[in-house]
Every structure is written in C-alpha cells, then in structure tokens.
Design a protein. Structure first.
Length: 537
C-alpha cells in the first residue's frame, strides 16, 4: 500500500522482482498521476483504493485479492535486504510453517547506520504469511494488524526501515502524538511506545551499528530513485476498489443493529452436573445478520457464546466458533459450562456476546441440578487408596503432601500441604492452636489464621467428605510421626470431617507412649483394611 513517490517505491519493489510471482500494489487514489506512471512498469496489478484511517484498514482485502499461495507484505518505507530476498524461496518451500517474521532495522541517522539498541532491535515484524484463511487473520489491534496461526519462524534477514530518513523529526513526533491519541498508554522499554520508536532523537545515547555495504548501496539507490525506471514490461492498467469492498473484510468495522440478529437452539436435555465440573451443552447457532462471525480465539469481530449462571457465583465461560459462521448459515457449537461451587438447582442462560460492546439478546435458558462433590483427603498411600475408585468412581482424591512446597507435575491428584512442616517444631504447643482454628472455622467464628501451609490444609480438608490416613513413613521417628497423624486426625474431626485410619498405620507400635498414641489415633476415627471399604461408606 502506498501513495508514492513512485520512483522510490518502484525501486524497492524491483529488488523483489526476481522472486515474486506477483507484485500487487494498492495505490492511494489521491496519488499524483506520475506515481501511477512510475509503478506501472514494475507492478503486475495496481488497484486504486480510497484511503481511510487506520492505515492498515485494507490489509485483509489486500490478502484476499492476492493470487499467490504466500504473501509478503512490504510497507513503502521498508527496503528488503539481500539476505531476505535470497531466503524467500526457501521459506515458501517449507511445508512445516505458515508464517515468518523478519527483524526491522531502523536506519538512522543516515543510510550507513541503523539503531542497534532496544526497542529498535530486534523489532520482529510478521510479513510473510501463507495466504490461507485457516491460518491467516487480521486484527484492528494497534501495531498488530496481522495474526498468523500455526508454526512459524523468525528470520535474522532484515527489512531496512527508513522512516527516520524520509520524515523530519517534527513529522515523526506528530505521528507519535497521533498514534498516542488513537491508542493511549502503550509502553515499551520503560517509555511511551510510539515516541520511543519514531523519535530516536529523544535517546541521545542510543547505540548504532553499520549497515552492510551491499545493503547500504541498495538503500541509497532506493532513496535516490525519483524517476520511473526504464520500462521493460508492459504497463499495468489499474482497477479501482470501493470503500465497501475493503471494509467488508476489515475486522475493525462497526456492527449495526441488524448484525446482532441471531437465533440459538439447545439440542439436548441438560443432565445433572457436579460442583466445579466443566462440560459442554450442544447449541445450534443461526447467524441471521449480515456479518461473518470468525472462528477461534483470534477471530474478529470478537463474537462468542457465553453461558451465565442465574443466582450463582460462577464465571460465564466463553466459547468461540469452531469455523467461520457466514450470514444465513447455522452451525452446531458445544458451549462450555462451568458448574458453581455450591450444590443446588440453578438456571443457565446461553447468549451471544460481542465482547466489550453488547449482548445479542437472543438467550436461551434451562435449569441444571448441581450435585455435591465426594472428596477424600488422603495422607499417605494415595496410589493404594485409589482402589476406592473401583466401587465409587465419582470420588475425587486429594493428596496431602509432606511439606509446604507442592509437587510440580502435569498430571495427578490435586495436592495440598500436610502438617509436617507446621508441626516440625514444638508440636505440643502448635496442636492446640491448630485445633482452635479448625473448630472456629466449623463454627463460623473468627480466629487468627495459621501460617499459609497449615491454613491451606484446613481449608482443603474442610471441603472433603473423609480424611483417610493410609500409611506411615518407615523412615520417620515413630513418636513424632504418630503425633503428626493424630494432630491431623483431630483437626479433621474439629472441622466435622470423619476420619478413617488404615489398620497398618496403628498396628505394630512399640513402647508405652507410641501405643497410647496409636490407641488415640484409632479412637479418632474408624479403622479399615481395604481401601475399597471407603467407597461403601
């Protein structure tokens, strides 16, 4: 996209002629006739288009009009390096990737040097994209107009950005002010983003580096090109694009009242859910408006399905479309629903939402019974206790680990701190405070919270139906270990949580004190042999 001058733009496009199957120029229709005359010999297609802010407004239309499998977007103040041109055939032949970003090197203060400092380096710009709507998106997000999905690469072959040579300091300062007004508050490197990038004079100590000699010659040649190059090709006849053609694909367009026309159908009878469970409800969505609703997380306009609970403190999960939904079409969408944290019977309302703008107002509603969870906190052999699932698969196991540091793992049972760290010192003094806190939580009264690990233990165990003490540590001193197990059992009882102790834990103790502690632990709950017994309680 350009408004000229034609000689300079034709010269930079000429650098790409040897590798480009098509050079497609979108020319601002306000450009002077000599700009068109300069571009006609080098471009395969020229389309005159009506300019409107923002500058990236035509990008989606530009890509849709391009005929190649790949598109390289080049701004008219960017000059491709020789290495970039040489890399393009290899990159577009790579079947693994869908896009590639190139570092923009900001040429300053003259064609021989560039800014070799943050934030101007590396300043990767997404420029090469596979021209496939399954992988290519466009955004109205400031300074991020192109969004590519799938695997990509970062090249070290630069685009030479010559904005600082083409515009005066005052012109660049005014550009930074305008951008700041359009999207205030953007920051980089501890500075206002637009001023930081466009006005390097504000950094008198900025580091620079030499432009390679071959690229410096090309930069100087492009900057000096004012006249049309010698015509060796047939002149291209321009066509015209309308504002409607361009804005039809622009993601930043405003939606009108008719664009919010839709209908939803619930395709199933909702079944009961469990507290905290996430599942989907099948909904058929009918697009009765005139705007395509795009798919995926990056789709724009940002239209999503949302499930809201009525009378419950639960998040309204968003569900994006699995594929583009065109005007007049319908599609089945499994809508994600997250059950509230308290059991009961609740209403659920499913509607379409244009994020940060409005709800569509086409909601459908249903009622869902939310059932309580069955949770067993396990201190000891959690793997052995998992046998309970063979008779009660609805049970959820929660592992009480030894210390405050929870294990880092991708899979496994939920883990919370046990009491070993809390009781490591002066357990006889700490147990009364632990039990007092547990009792106050059960009674709904205030008591000073415990340290983080012990408090997390109480809060997690309070939400369980049973505490199972399943194994003793053979390497730990028996007296201190039995004290810890007994304190854990008494804390659970104070919270109103039943306790079950595996027989092996209280069997075979030696010494009067240990036998007394084992008897106390046995009397703090019920004794079981096989974990399957827990599922029948």
């Amino acid at each position: 996209m350009t408004a000229g001058p034609g000689g300079r733009v034709a010269a930079l496009l000429g650098l790409l002629r040897e590798v480009a199957d098509e050079i497609f120029v979108a020319l601002d229709d306000r450009a002077a006739p000599e700009v068109l005359a300069a571009l006609e010999p080098v471009a395969d297609r020229i389309v005159l288009y009506p300019y409107a802010e923002p500058v990236d407004r035509p990008l989606a239309w530009h890509a849709a009009e391009s005929r190649g499998e790949w598109v390289l977007f080049v701004d008219d103040d960017e000059i491709p390096s020789r290495r970039l041109v040489a890399e393009l055939p290899r990159l577009v032949a790579d079947e693994v990737i869908t896009h590639c970003s190139f570092p923009r090197r900001w040429v300053y203060p003259d064609p021989s040097r560039y800014l070799d400092d943050w934030p101007w380096r590396p300043d990767y710009a997404l420029r090469l994209v596979r021209n496939d709507p399954r992988f290519l998106r466009f955004s109205d997000e400031f300074h991020r107009p192109i969004v590519a999905l799938g695997p990509g690469r970062f090249s070290d072959a630069p685009l030479w950005h010559v904005d600082a040579l083409l515009r005066s300091r005052e012109a660049r300062l005014e550009k930074a002010r305008r951008y700041e007004r359009e999207r205030p508050g953007m920051r980089i490197a501890g500075r206002a983003l637009n001023h930081a990038f466009y006005v390097p004079e504000l950094r008198p100590d900025v580091a620079t580096a030499l432009v390679p000699e071959t690229d410096r010659a090309a930069i100087e040649a492009v900057l000096a090109s004012e006249d049309p190059p010698p015509g060796t090709r047939t002149a291209t006849q321009p066509t015209r694009a309308t504002r409607e053609e361009i804005d039809r694909l622009w993601p930043g367009k405003s939606l009108t009242g008719g664009d919010y026309s839709a209908r939803l159908e619930l395709l199933e009878e909702p079944r009961p859910m469990t507290v905290g469970e996430q599942r989907t409800l099948d909904v058929r969505v009918h697009n009765l408006g005139d705007v395509l609703w795009d798919w995926g997380r990056e789709g724009e306009p940002v239209v999503r399905l949302a499930a809201r609970w009525i009378g419950a403190d639960a998040p309204a999960l968003r569900t994006h479309f699995p594929a583009p939904l065109r005007p007049g079409e319908s599609d089945l969408v499994p809508v994600h629903v997250l059950a509230p944290r308290q059991p009961g019977r609740y209403g659920v309302e499913i509607d379409l939402v244009h994020e940060h703008v409005r709800w569509f107002g086409c909601a459908i509603a249903c009622e869902i019974e939310v059932l309580p969870r069955r949770r067993i906190a396990v201190l000891g052999d959690v793997e052995g206790t998992a046998e309970v699932l063979s008779v009660a698969p609805e049970v959820e196991l929660v592992e009480l680990v030894a210390g405050d540091e929870l294990p880092s793992r991708a899979h496994g049972y939920p883990a919370v701190p046990g009491l070993r760290s809390y009781l490591a010192e002066t357990p006889f003094l700490r147990v009364p405070r632990l039990l007092a806190r547990a009792w106050s939580m059960r009674a709904g009264r205030f008591a000073r919270p415990l340290p983080r690990g012990a408090q997390a233990f109480l809060e997690e165990v309070a939400g369980c139906d049973l505490l199972a003490i399943a194994r003793r540590d053979p390497d730990a001193p028996p007296t201190r270990q039995l004290l810890r197990l007994l304190a854990t059992a008494l804390a659970a009882r104070a919270l109103g949580v039943p306790v079950a102790v595996q027989e092996d834990v209280v069997a075979g103790t030696a010494g009067p004190l240990n036998r007394a502690l084992a008897r106390a632990l046995r009397s703090a709950g019920t004794v079981y042999r096989d974990p399957v017994e827990l599922g029948r309680r």
